[in-house]
Write a protein that binds this ligand. Structure first.
Ligand SMILES: Cc1ncc(COP(=O)(O)O)c(C=O)c1O
Length: 411
Protein backbone atom coordinates (compact mmCIF):
# COMPACT_ATOMS: atom_id res chain seq x y z
CA UNK A 1 0.00 0.00 0.00
CA UNK A 2 1.11 3.55 -0.74
CA UNK A 3 1.91 5.47 2.42
CA UNK A 4 3.74 8.71 2.94
CA UNK A 5 4.97 8.79 6.50
CA UNK A 6 4.82 12.60 6.53
CA UNK A 7 1.04 12.42 6.36
CA UNK A 8 0.47 9.20 8.27
CA UNK A 9 2.63 9.74 11.36
CA UNK A 10 1.65 11.85 14.37
CA UNK A 11 4.39 14.40 14.99
CA UNK A 12 4.61 17.04 17.70
CA UNK A 13 3.79 20.69 17.04
CA UNK A 14 5.24 23.72 18.79
CA UNK A 15 2.96 26.75 18.31
CA UNK A 16 2.99 28.91 21.42
CA UNK A 17 0.88 31.88 20.33
CA UNK A 18 0.15 34.33 17.52
CA UNK A 19 1.51 37.85 17.45
CA UNK A 20 0.41 41.04 15.69
CA UNK A 21 3.00 41.77 12.98
CA UNK A 22 2.73 45.49 13.77
CA UNK A 23 2.08 45.88 17.50
CA UNK A 24 3.55 42.62 18.80
CA UNK A 25 0.58 41.89 21.12
CA UNK A 26 -0.20 38.21 21.64
CA UNK A 27 -3.19 36.07 20.64
CA UNK A 28 -4.07 32.58 21.79
CA UNK A 29 -3.09 29.63 19.61
CA UNK A 30 -5.74 27.14 18.39
CA UNK A 31 -8.48 29.77 18.19
CA UNK A 32 -10.11 31.33 15.15
CA UNK A 33 -8.34 34.59 14.26
CA UNK A 34 -8.45 36.99 11.34
CA UNK A 35 -6.47 40.22 11.60
CA UNK A 36 -5.12 41.59 14.88
CA UNK A 37 -6.94 44.28 16.88
CA UNK A 38 -4.86 46.84 15.00
CA UNK A 39 -6.14 45.39 11.71
CA UNK A 40 -2.75 43.90 10.81
CA UNK A 41 -1.62 40.35 9.91
CA UNK A 42 -0.95 37.88 12.70
CA UNK A 43 2.26 35.85 12.72
CA UNK A 44 2.47 32.36 14.22
CA UNK A 45 5.14 31.94 16.89
CA UNK A 46 6.77 28.68 17.96
CA UNK A 47 8.80 27.21 20.76
CA UNK A 48 11.88 27.11 18.56
CA UNK A 49 14.03 25.45 21.22
CA UNK A 50 11.39 22.74 21.44
CA UNK A 51 11.59 22.21 17.68
CA UNK A 52 15.38 22.02 17.78
CA UNK A 53 15.22 19.46 20.60
CA UNK A 54 12.58 17.35 18.83
CA UNK A 55 14.02 17.10 15.35
CA UNK A 56 17.39 17.28 13.63
CA UNK A 57 18.51 17.94 10.07
CA UNK A 58 19.31 14.21 9.82
CA UNK A 59 15.78 13.27 10.93
CA UNK A 60 14.34 15.48 8.22
CA UNK A 61 16.67 14.05 5.57
CA UNK A 62 15.18 10.59 6.16
CA UNK A 63 11.61 11.78 5.48
CA UNK A 64 9.93 11.97 2.07
CA UNK A 65 10.80 15.24 0.29
CA UNK A 66 7.59 17.23 0.53
CA UNK A 67 5.95 20.10 2.38
CA UNK A 68 4.90 17.99 5.38
CA UNK A 69 8.55 17.00 5.98
CA UNK A 70 8.64 20.24 8.02
CA UNK A 71 5.69 19.34 10.26
CA UNK A 72 7.36 20.52 13.49
CA UNK A 73 7.76 23.99 11.96
CA UNK A 74 4.06 24.12 11.02
CA UNK A 75 0.92 24.78 13.06
CA UNK A 76 -1.48 21.86 12.35
CA UNK A 77 -1.87 19.93 15.60
CA UNK A 78 -3.81 16.84 14.60
CA UNK A 79 -2.83 14.39 11.90
CA UNK A 80 -6.49 13.95 10.90
CA UNK A 81 -6.49 17.60 9.73
CA UNK A 82 -3.39 17.35 7.55
CA UNK A 83 -4.51 17.73 3.93
CA UNK A 84 -2.35 16.70 1.02
CA UNK A 85 -2.57 16.56 -2.75
CA UNK A 86 1.11 15.58 -3.03
CA UNK A 87 3.12 18.76 -2.33
CA UNK A 88 6.48 17.43 -3.50
CA UNK A 89 9.67 19.44 -3.24
CA UNK A 90 9.98 21.64 -6.32
CA UNK A 91 13.18 21.39 -8.35
CA UNK A 92 15.99 23.92 -8.57
CA UNK A 93 16.67 24.35 -12.27
CA UNK A 94 19.90 25.98 -13.33
CA UNK A 95 19.78 28.55 -16.16
CA UNK A 96 23.45 28.09 -16.93
CA UNK A 97 23.36 29.56 -20.45
CA UNK A 98 21.89 32.80 -19.18
CA UNK A 99 24.02 33.22 -16.09
CA UNK A 100 26.21 36.30 -16.32
CA UNK A 101 29.29 35.41 -14.25
CA UNK A 102 30.47 32.95 -11.62
CA UNK A 103 27.20 33.16 -9.68
CA UNK A 104 24.68 30.42 -10.48
CA UNK A 105 21.30 31.50 -11.82
CA UNK A 106 18.69 29.10 -10.47
CA UNK A 107 14.92 28.88 -10.86
CA UNK A 108 12.85 27.30 -8.14
CA UNK A 109 10.04 25.87 -10.21
CA UNK A 110 6.88 26.13 -8.17
CA UNK A 111 4.79 25.24 -11.22
CA UNK A 112 5.21 21.57 -10.26
CA UNK A 113 2.97 21.82 -7.22
CA UNK A 114 -0.69 20.70 -7.07
CA UNK A 115 -2.89 23.17 -9.01
CA UNK A 116 0.25 24.29 -10.83
CA UNK A 117 1.34 27.08 -8.53
CA UNK A 118 2.97 27.94 -5.22
CA UNK A 119 -0.44 28.96 -3.92
CA UNK A 120 -0.82 25.25 -3.08
CA UNK A 121 1.66 25.67 -0.23
CA UNK A 122 -0.24 28.46 1.49
CA UNK A 123 -3.68 27.03 0.92
CA UNK A 124 -2.68 23.49 1.90
CA UNK A 125 -1.75 24.88 5.31
CA UNK A 126 -4.54 27.44 5.63
CA UNK A 127 -7.27 24.96 4.71
CA UNK A 128 -5.78 22.30 7.01
CA UNK A 129 -6.00 24.86 9.81
CA UNK A 130 -9.52 25.83 8.75
CA UNK A 131 -10.47 22.16 9.09
CA UNK A 132 -8.80 21.99 12.48
CA UNK A 133 -10.67 25.08 13.67
CA UNK A 134 -14.03 23.84 12.36
CA UNK A 135 -14.57 26.44 9.61
CA UNK A 136 -17.42 25.47 7.27
CA UNK A 137 -17.53 28.28 4.68
CA UNK A 138 -14.68 30.26 3.18
CA UNK A 139 -14.67 33.24 0.82
CA UNK A 140 -11.69 34.65 -1.05
CA UNK A 141 -10.76 37.36 -3.55
CA UNK A 142 -8.14 36.06 -5.97
CA UNK A 143 -6.19 36.85 -9.12
CA UNK A 144 -6.63 33.18 -10.03
CA UNK A 145 -4.04 30.79 -8.67
CA UNK A 146 -4.93 31.21 -5.00
CA UNK A 147 -8.58 30.55 -5.77
CA UNK A 148 -7.67 27.38 -7.64
CA UNK A 149 -5.60 26.09 -4.72
CA UNK A 150 -8.33 27.05 -2.25
CA UNK A 151 -10.95 25.23 -4.31
CA UNK A 152 -8.86 22.07 -4.46
CA UNK A 153 -7.96 21.82 -0.77
CA UNK A 154 -11.33 23.01 0.52
CA UNK A 155 -13.15 20.45 -1.60
CA UNK A 156 -10.89 17.80 -0.14
CA UNK A 157 -11.80 19.05 3.34
CA UNK A 158 -15.58 19.30 2.57
CA UNK A 159 -15.53 23.06 3.15
CA UNK A 160 -17.78 25.27 1.01
CA UNK A 161 -15.96 28.03 -0.92
CA UNK A 162 -16.99 31.29 -2.60
CA UNK A 163 -14.37 32.81 -4.88
CA UNK A 164 -14.34 36.26 -6.52
CA UNK A 165 -11.90 37.17 -9.33
CA UNK A 166 -11.37 40.24 -11.51
CA UNK A 167 -13.19 39.61 -14.80
CA UNK A 168 -9.95 39.53 -16.79
CA UNK A 169 -8.48 36.72 -14.67
CA UNK A 170 -7.05 34.07 -17.04
CA UNK A 171 -9.93 31.87 -18.23
CA UNK A 172 -8.09 28.72 -17.23
CA UNK A 173 -7.96 29.91 -13.61
CA UNK A 174 -11.67 30.67 -13.43
CA UNK A 175 -12.51 27.29 -14.93
CA UNK A 176 -10.16 25.31 -12.71
CA UNK A 177 -11.68 26.99 -9.65
CA UNK A 178 -15.17 25.92 -10.78
CA UNK A 179 -13.99 22.47 -11.85
CA UNK A 180 -12.53 21.82 -8.40
CA UNK A 181 -15.81 22.46 -6.64
CA UNK A 182 -15.88 26.15 -5.65
CA UNK A 183 -18.55 28.72 -6.49
CA UNK A 184 -16.80 31.38 -8.55
CA UNK A 185 -17.76 34.82 -9.88
CA UNK A 186 -16.05 37.22 -12.27
CA UNK A 187 -16.17 40.78 -10.93
CA UNK A 188 -15.81 43.96 -13.00
CA UNK A 189 -13.05 45.35 -10.78
CA UNK A 190 -9.62 44.54 -9.33
CA UNK A 191 -8.65 42.19 -6.49
CA UNK A 192 -9.25 44.88 -3.86
CA UNK A 193 -12.82 45.31 -5.19
CA UNK A 194 -13.26 41.53 -4.88
CA UNK A 195 -11.87 41.79 -1.35
CA UNK A 196 -14.52 44.36 -0.50
CA UNK A 197 -17.26 41.99 -1.66
CA UNK A 198 -15.89 39.34 0.71
CA UNK A 199 -15.56 41.79 3.61
CA UNK A 200 -19.04 43.23 3.16
CA UNK A 201 -20.70 39.83 2.75
CA UNK A 202 -18.94 37.79 5.39
CA UNK A 203 -21.33 38.37 8.27
CA UNK A 204 -24.53 37.72 6.36
CA UNK A 205 -23.04 34.71 4.58
CA UNK A 206 -21.17 33.18 7.53
CA UNK A 207 -17.91 33.24 5.56
CA UNK A 208 -14.43 33.07 6.98
CA UNK A 209 -12.37 35.68 5.10
CA UNK A 210 -9.43 33.99 3.35
CA UNK A 211 -7.96 37.13 1.74
CA UNK A 212 -4.15 37.16 1.61
CA UNK A 213 -2.75 37.70 5.11
CA UNK A 214 -6.20 38.20 6.65
CA UNK A 215 -5.86 34.72 8.11
CA UNK A 216 -2.58 33.75 9.76
CA UNK A 217 -1.74 30.35 8.29
CA UNK A 218 -1.12 30.94 4.59
CA UNK A 219 2.23 32.50 5.49
CA UNK A 220 3.18 29.33 7.32
CA UNK A 221 2.59 27.34 4.15
CA UNK A 222 4.58 29.79 2.07
CA UNK A 223 7.28 29.59 4.73
CA UNK A 224 8.03 26.09 3.44
CA UNK A 225 9.55 27.71 0.32
CA UNK A 226 12.32 29.03 2.57
CA UNK A 227 12.66 25.84 4.62
CA UNK A 228 12.75 23.72 1.48
CA UNK A 229 15.20 25.96 -0.38
CA UNK A 230 17.64 25.92 2.55
CA UNK A 231 17.20 22.14 2.90
CA UNK A 232 17.85 21.59 -0.83
CA UNK A 233 21.02 23.68 -0.63
CA UNK A 234 22.36 21.62 2.31
CA UNK A 235 21.09 24.16 4.89
CA UNK A 236 22.62 27.02 3.01
CA UNK A 237 21.03 29.98 1.26
CA UNK A 238 21.71 31.82 -2.01
CA UNK A 239 23.10 35.36 -2.07
CA UNK A 240 19.96 36.89 -3.48
CA UNK A 241 16.32 35.88 -4.04
CA UNK A 242 14.05 37.53 -6.63
CA UNK A 243 10.37 37.22 -5.72
CA UNK A 244 7.37 38.42 -7.78
CA UNK A 245 5.50 40.40 -5.18
CA UNK A 246 1.76 40.89 -5.04
CA UNK A 247 0.34 40.38 -1.55
CA UNK A 248 3.84 39.34 -0.53
CA UNK A 249 3.03 36.21 1.51
CA UNK A 250 5.88 34.26 -0.04
CA UNK A 251 8.49 36.90 0.59
CA UNK A 252 7.31 37.42 4.17
CA UNK A 253 7.06 33.65 4.70
CA UNK A 254 10.54 32.92 3.38
CA UNK A 255 12.07 35.64 5.50
CA UNK A 256 10.27 34.19 8.53
CA UNK A 257 11.63 30.72 7.66
CA UNK A 258 15.22 31.92 7.34
CA UNK A 259 15.01 33.73 10.65
CA UNK A 260 13.52 30.74 12.45
CA UNK A 261 16.28 28.54 11.01
CA UNK A 262 18.87 31.06 12.09
CA UNK A 263 17.47 31.15 15.61
CA UNK A 264 17.80 27.38 15.98
CA UNK A 265 21.30 27.46 14.51
CA UNK A 266 20.50 25.56 11.28
CA UNK A 267 21.51 28.57 9.21
CA UNK A 268 24.61 30.51 10.09
CA UNK A 269 26.07 33.51 8.34
CA UNK A 270 24.44 35.91 5.97
CA UNK A 271 20.82 35.50 4.96
CA UNK A 272 19.86 36.18 1.32
CA UNK A 273 19.07 39.65 0.07
CA UNK A 274 15.35 39.64 -0.71
CA UNK A 275 14.35 41.48 -3.88
CA UNK A 276 10.67 42.32 -4.33
CA UNK A 277 9.83 42.44 -8.04
CA UNK A 278 6.75 44.32 -9.22
CA UNK A 279 5.43 45.37 -12.63
CA UNK A 280 5.84 49.04 -13.57
CA UNK A 281 2.04 49.21 -14.02
CA UNK A 282 1.47 48.19 -10.37
CA UNK A 283 4.36 48.96 -8.04
CA UNK A 284 3.11 50.21 -4.66
CA UNK A 285 5.84 48.38 -2.72
CA UNK A 286 8.62 49.72 -4.94
CA UNK A 287 7.33 53.27 -4.52
CA UNK A 288 7.21 52.89 -0.74
CA UNK A 289 10.67 51.31 -0.70
CA UNK A 290 12.12 54.17 -2.70
CA UNK A 291 10.38 56.82 -0.62
CA UNK A 292 11.52 55.17 2.61
CA UNK A 293 8.01 54.81 4.05
CA UNK A 294 6.76 52.02 6.28
CA UNK A 295 3.49 51.53 4.40
CA UNK A 296 2.53 51.63 0.72
CA UNK A 297 -0.24 53.71 -0.83
CA UNK A 298 -3.02 52.34 -3.03
CA UNK A 299 -1.76 52.12 -6.64
CA UNK A 300 -4.31 53.68 -9.01
CA UNK A 301 -5.17 52.10 -12.39
CA UNK A 302 -3.10 49.00 -11.79
CA UNK A 303 -2.30 47.01 -14.92
CA UNK A 304 0.19 44.32 -15.98
CA UNK A 305 0.29 41.09 -18.00
CA UNK A 306 1.46 39.38 -14.83
CA UNK A 307 -1.97 39.05 -13.18
CA UNK A 308 -0.63 37.48 -9.98
CA UNK A 309 1.31 40.61 -9.06
CA UNK A 310 -1.47 43.06 -9.94
CA UNK A 311 -2.16 43.86 -6.30
CA UNK A 312 -2.76 47.60 -5.80
CA UNK A 313 -2.78 47.43 -2.00
CA UNK A 314 -1.29 44.81 0.34
CA UNK A 315 -2.33 44.47 3.98
CA UNK A 316 1.16 43.10 4.73
CA UNK A 317 2.96 45.98 3.00
CA UNK A 318 5.02 46.83 6.09
CA UNK A 319 6.09 43.19 6.51
CA UNK A 320 7.27 43.01 2.89
CA UNK A 321 9.17 46.29 3.25
CA UNK A 322 10.65 45.20 6.57
CA UNK A 323 11.91 41.90 5.10
CA UNK A 324 13.38 43.62 2.05
CA UNK A 325 15.14 46.27 4.16
CA UNK A 326 16.34 43.93 6.96
CA UNK A 327 17.83 41.61 4.35
CA UNK A 328 19.74 44.40 2.61
CA UNK A 329 17.69 43.79 -0.53
CA UNK A 330 15.60 46.17 -2.59
CA UNK A 331 12.37 46.49 -4.55
CA UNK A 332 12.34 47.02 -8.29
CA UNK A 333 10.03 47.21 -11.29
CA UNK A 334 10.04 45.72 -14.77
CA UNK A 335 7.65 46.64 -17.56
CA UNK A 336 5.38 44.26 -19.45
CA UNK A 337 7.57 44.23 -22.57
CA UNK A 338 10.57 43.15 -20.49
CA UNK A 339 8.44 40.47 -18.76
CA UNK A 340 7.31 38.94 -22.05
CA UNK A 341 10.76 39.28 -23.65
CA UNK A 342 12.22 37.57 -20.56
CA UNK A 343 9.74 34.72 -20.77
CA UNK A 344 10.56 34.20 -24.45
CA UNK A 345 14.32 34.37 -23.89
CA UNK A 346 14.29 31.77 -21.11
CA UNK A 347 12.00 29.49 -23.12
CA UNK A 348 14.01 29.80 -26.34
CA UNK A 349 17.48 29.54 -24.81
CA UNK A 350 16.94 27.23 -21.85
CA UNK A 351 13.80 25.31 -22.79
CA UNK A 352 12.09 26.51 -19.62
CA UNK A 353 8.63 28.08 -19.93
CA UNK A 354 8.06 30.55 -17.09
CA UNK A 355 4.78 32.14 -16.05
CA UNK A 356 4.70 35.93 -16.55
CA UNK A 357 5.30 36.55 -12.83
CA UNK A 358 8.31 34.21 -12.86
CA UNK A 359 9.54 35.88 -16.04
CA UNK A 360 9.34 39.21 -14.19
CA UNK A 361 11.97 37.91 -11.77
CA UNK A 362 14.25 36.94 -14.65
CA UNK A 363 13.78 40.33 -16.31
CA UNK A 364 14.52 42.02 -12.98
CA UNK A 365 17.63 39.92 -12.36
CA UNK A 366 18.95 40.81 -15.81
CA UNK A 367 18.18 44.49 -15.33
CA UNK A 368 19.83 44.60 -11.91
CA UNK A 369 22.96 42.77 -13.03
CA UNK A 370 23.22 45.44 -15.75
CA UNK A 371 22.59 48.21 -13.20
CA UNK A 372 25.20 46.79 -10.82
CA UNK A 373 22.80 46.35 -7.89
CA UNK A 374 23.39 42.59 -8.20
CA UNK A 375 26.76 41.09 -9.02
CA UNK A 376 26.98 38.42 -11.74
CA UNK A 377 29.07 36.49 -9.23
CA UNK A 378 26.21 36.24 -6.76
CA UNK A 379 24.10 33.08 -6.68
CA UNK A 380 20.57 34.15 -7.50
CA UNK A 381 17.32 32.22 -7.06
CA UNK A 382 14.31 33.27 -9.13
CA UNK A 383 10.83 32.10 -8.16
CA UNK A 384 8.75 30.71 -11.00
CA UNK A 385 5.52 30.71 -9.05
CA UNK A 386 3.25 28.92 -11.49
CA UNK A 387 3.49 26.72 -14.53
CA UNK A 388 3.89 28.71 -17.74
CA UNK A 389 1.33 26.39 -19.32
CA UNK A 390 -1.55 28.24 -17.63
CA UNK A 391 -0.92 31.45 -19.56
CA UNK A 392 -1.36 32.64 -23.14
CA UNK A 393 1.77 31.88 -25.15
CA UNK A 394 3.26 33.49 -28.25
CA UNK A 395 1.26 32.39 -31.32
CA UNK A 396 2.38 29.39 -33.42
CA UNK A 397 0.47 29.62 -36.69
CA UNK A 398 2.23 27.56 -39.35
CA UNK A 399 0.32 24.70 -40.93
CA UNK A 400 0.90 22.14 -43.67
CA UNK A 401 -1.51 20.65 -46.23
CA UNK A 402 -0.80 16.90 -46.11
CA UNK A 403 -2.84 16.28 -49.28
CA UNK A 404 -0.23 18.13 -51.38
CA UNK A 405 3.49 17.47 -51.91
CA UNK A 406 5.55 19.18 -49.20
CA UNK A 407 8.42 21.44 -50.22
CA UNK A 408 10.83 20.50 -47.44
CA UNK A 409 13.25 23.25 -48.38
CA UNK A 410 10.74 25.82 -47.04
CA UNK A 411 10.46 24.30 -43.56
C1 LIG B 1 1.91 33.26 -10.42
C2 LIG B 1 1.94 34.20 -9.26
N1 LIG B 1 3.05 34.84 -8.95
C3 LIG B 1 3.13 35.68 -7.90
C4 LIG B 1 2.02 35.98 -7.12
C5 LIG B 1 2.17 36.93 -5.96
O1 LIG B 1 2.33 36.22 -4.75
P1 LIG B 1 2.32 36.91 -3.33
O2 LIG B 1 0.88 37.16 -2.99
O3 LIG B 1 2.98 35.93 -2.40
O4 LIG B 1 3.10 38.18 -3.42
C6 LIG B 1 0.82 35.35 -7.41
C7 LIG B 1 -0.36 35.65 -6.62
O5 LIG B 1 -1.50 35.59 -7.10
C8 LIG B 1 0.77 34.44 -8.52
O6 LIG B 1 -0.37 33.82 -8.84
Amino acid sequence: MHTNENITTERPTFVTHLECGMEGDHYEADRLHGLSKAGKPLLVRYDLEGIAAAVSKDDLAKRPPDLWRYREFLPVRKLENVLSLGESHTPLVSLSKLQAGAGELIVKDEGRLPTGSFKARGLCLAVSMAKELGIKKIAMPTNGNAGAALAAYATRADIETYVFCPDDTPEINVREIAAQGAKVWRVNGLINDCGRIVGDGKEAMGWFDFSTLKEPYRIEGKKTMGLELADQLGWNVPDVIFYPTGGGTGLIGMWKAFNELKQIGWLTGKLPRMVAVQASGCAPIVKAFEEGTEHAELWENAHTVAAGIRVPVAVGDFLILRAVRESGGFATTVDDDAILAGRDEVAQKEGFLMCPEGAATYAAWKQEVASGRVSPDETAVLFNCATGLKYPMPPAEQSLDCTKPIDYSTL
